[in-house]
Ligand binder design. Sequence first.
Ligand code: PRP
Length: 183
Amino acid sequence: MSMMDQDILKVLYTQEEIAARVKELGAQMYEDFKGKDPLFVSVLRGAFIFMADIVRACQVKSDVEFIAVSSYGNATTSSGAVQITHDIQQDISGRNLVVIEDILDSGNTLSFLKQYFLTKGAASVAICTLLDKPSRRTKVITADYIGFTVPDEFVVGYGLDYCQKYRNLPYIGVLKPEVYSGE
Ligand code: PRP
């Protein structure tokens, strides 16, 4: 048991369960995007691990880009204002985008990004999120590909962080409340 494991209340999805689901999503997206030269866009930082796995699970001819955004507000509640801190590096007009996210929560980030990419001329913008937390949604947005639908719990691992830590856990777990209480 690692030091990080001791901060985990329970495991929601094991490394094996995640791998199996990623494989299914990759196969599904392969059927939907073969021949369409999709551009996979990962939203940093949380999606970096999912991105690496999903593009290998979906063997279509494609390329990758990364975008980083920041939303303002306190640690757990997004204010709704989204700013791009690192933009994609190429012209996306006419391209079929697949935005890769680790979690769809309030929907602020993805509703902003979807509109942003459409404004920049993308032919289509699909959303693939590993986790969906619909109970927290404040924007009308749905993902096209969802790994798992999760309850409103503090999840970390497989890219998801608490104060930038725990991203490298190979599984997805719920953080013990004592770790973040007293914030
Ligand atoms: C998380 C996650 C999504 C966003 C989802 O990012 O990676 O980008 O929040 O929340 P929303 O639906 O309420 O907008 P975070 O701001 O924690 O940054 P990170 O990706 O660097 O962890």
